[in-house]
Design a protein around this ligand. Structure first.
Ligand code: ZN
Ligand code: ZN
Length: 525
């Protein structure tokens, strides 16, 4: 969930505004807590988006609900943002399309974009001209020796900027653990072509739907091998449509068939193009694996190619999908056994080195990736002779002057969990965590004139097995009754608090249980 702010005099700009996906206690996604940015409302002039991946654009609707400033984004990202704003019914957002090569003066900061290679169309980095010098933000990038059509890396412009002097480089650290060069997109496409040619029956190609280059390759390969294509699921349909509209994919109408027509064709004449590479429960791919798809089935002898990587944290879900396909007799090709079927969007160590050598900055700060990746990336910068380097954490305030670079402060940061486009408060998440891990116990009190009338009613779930539950609930009710009887409570809240405390002690001391405890008072006077 990338989001940075750059402050220069009375000008603040936000760079990227992303989410992370989660399945923590029912939340669907998480975005940064924007309260610091909201407090800068007066000076916040724009949100500048580097590219259209969710970890860079996904939180825009949530921030724009609070602050309305222009959003600058390259064409592919802008198209995705428009969809997102429509989903949130956000009207009148000032969305400005700014492709690589364009330049905007935003307050006291001039923002120029340069094209970079990445696993999404129109990825850009930023050249930010400020009164203390030029700051370059790479965005997410890789540098390919033989890029596919539509991929560009503005090396000449960066060399020019480098020769004029770069004060600070903020560079993508994601690939810092990988030695050498990253695999190029064309090689992944060639491998995909071979695996598809070798597949005797239906082929399912699962990939990141936001990579229009990979979608285009799968479509081209299918056409070349006489296979019709069925686009599986909303995100692949949506991204194919967007890529078509922007001219990234040639006309394909004659190639596409709906799911209902798949079974009518010979099995070696079909290619299914799917997303859901992370084992997402609701995805078309997971439903195919579970044989729960309403309009489509795959069978023993079909092939599934994961032209993707597993994002750390999703391993179990993805393995489950793979196992289900294999148990049903399908052949599954993954990057683990066949690394050639995927190319990462992030440059490896040598590409990171090239970026540093092109720009030769005075100062260097690694961004993107985990702290560990950033640390490794920083070592590389030191190796390359960069004297001013600094690691930052979420919330770090980094001060850049003409000659110094240092952390001067931290601002509060946090995460906001979202379910159904609405934020879940910290309290709700805390309750869900407690219920999810330790269960729930409720204590219903009946009061008259501030005094307990009779035995409280206790109901618990997820704490005790059925064999013991009724007996322990009864004991718990008796314990709360013993503690509260005879006491006079000046308010219902005071009675609830006392009941919760009594129940908590009973459950911890007698049973070592710590469920979420809820107390309530019934309505009688
Ligand atoms: Zn990206
Ligand atoms: Zn990213």
């Amino acid at each position: 969930m990338n989001c940075a702010a750059m402050v220069c005099g009375d000008t603040t700009i936000a760079i990227d505004c992303g989410i992370a996906f989660t399945d923590e206690h029912g939340a669907e996604l998480v975005h940064p807590d924007f309260s610091w940015l909201q407090a800068q409302k007066e000076n916040l002039r724009a949100i500048v988006i580097t590219h259209g991946h969710e970890d860079h654009i996904g939180a825009l609707p949530y921030l724009l609900k609070e602050v309305r400033v222009p959003v600058y984004a390259p064409p592919y990202a802008a198209a995705l943002i428009e969809d997102r704003l429509a989903e949130h019914r956000l009207k009148g957002v000032d969305l400005r399309v700014s492709p690589a090569g364009s330049r905007e003066q935003i307050g006291s900061i001039s923002v120029e974009r340069f094209a970079v290679h990445h696993s999404i169309a129109d990825a850009t980095g930023l050249i930010l001209d400020t009164p203390v010098g030029t700051v370059v933000h790479t965005g997410d990038f890789k540098i390919e020796s033989n890029p596919c059509e539509g991929q560009r890396f503005d090396r000449a412009r960066l060399e020019e900027v480098g020769s004029q002097g770069v004060r600070l480089l903020l560079s993508d650290s994601t690939g810092a653990e990988v030695e050498g060069h990253s695999r190029i997109e064309r090689d992944a496409e060639a491998a995909l072509e071979e695996w598809i040619a070798r597949s005797p029956n239906r082929v399912v190609v699962a990939t990141f739907s936001s990579n229009a280059f990979r979608l285009r390759a799968a479509l081209r390969i299918a056409r070349g091998q006489g296979r019709k294509v069925c686009l599986l699921g909303m995100s692949v349909n949506k991204h194919t449509e967007t890529a078509r509209a922007l001219g990234l994919i040639p006309p394909i109408d004659s190639l596409l068939i709906p799911p209902e027509e798949v079974s009518a064709l010979p099995r070696n004449k079909v290619l299914l193009l799917a997303a859901g590479t992370q084992g997402e429960r609701a995805s078309g791919l997971t439903r195919l694996a579970r044989d729960e798809h309403s309009r489509l089935q795959v069978e023993a002898g079909d092939t599934v190619i994961f032209s993707s990587r597993i994002i750390p944290g999703n391993e179990l879900g993805v393995l489950d999908v793979i196992n289900r396909f294999e148990l049903r007799g399908l052949e599954v090709i993954t990057r683990d056994a066949h690394p050639e079927v995927h190319a990462s969007g992030h440059g490896s160590r040598e590409e990171q080195r090239t970026m540093i050598q092109i720009l030769r900055p005075d100062a260097f700060v690694p961004v993107h990736g985990t702290h560990h990746h950033q640390r490794r990336h920083l070592e590389l910068a030191v190796e390359e002779g960069i004297r001013q380097t600094q690691l930052v954490e979420n919330g770090s305030v980094l001060e850049l002057t003409r000659d110094a670079l240092r952390i001067v402060d931290t601002v509060p940061v946090g995460r906001v969990y979202i379910e159904g486009m609405q934020p879940l408060t910290d309290e709700v998440m805390k309750e869900r965590r407690a219920m999810g891990s330790d269960g729930l116990a409720t204590v219903l009190l009946s009061l008259r004139y501030g005094r307990l009338r009779n035995l409280p009613r206790v109901v618990s779930r997820g704490v005790f097995g059925a064999a013991n539950r009724a007996r322990i609930e009864r004991k718990l009710a008796e314990h709360v009754h013993d503690r509260l009887k005879g006491r006079h409570f000046t308010s219902d809240d005071a009675a609830k608090e006392a009941a919760i405390e009594a129940a908590r002690r009973f459950l911890v001391h007698n049973h070592r249980k710590r469920p979420l405890i809820v107390a309530d008072v019934n309505g009688e006077p």
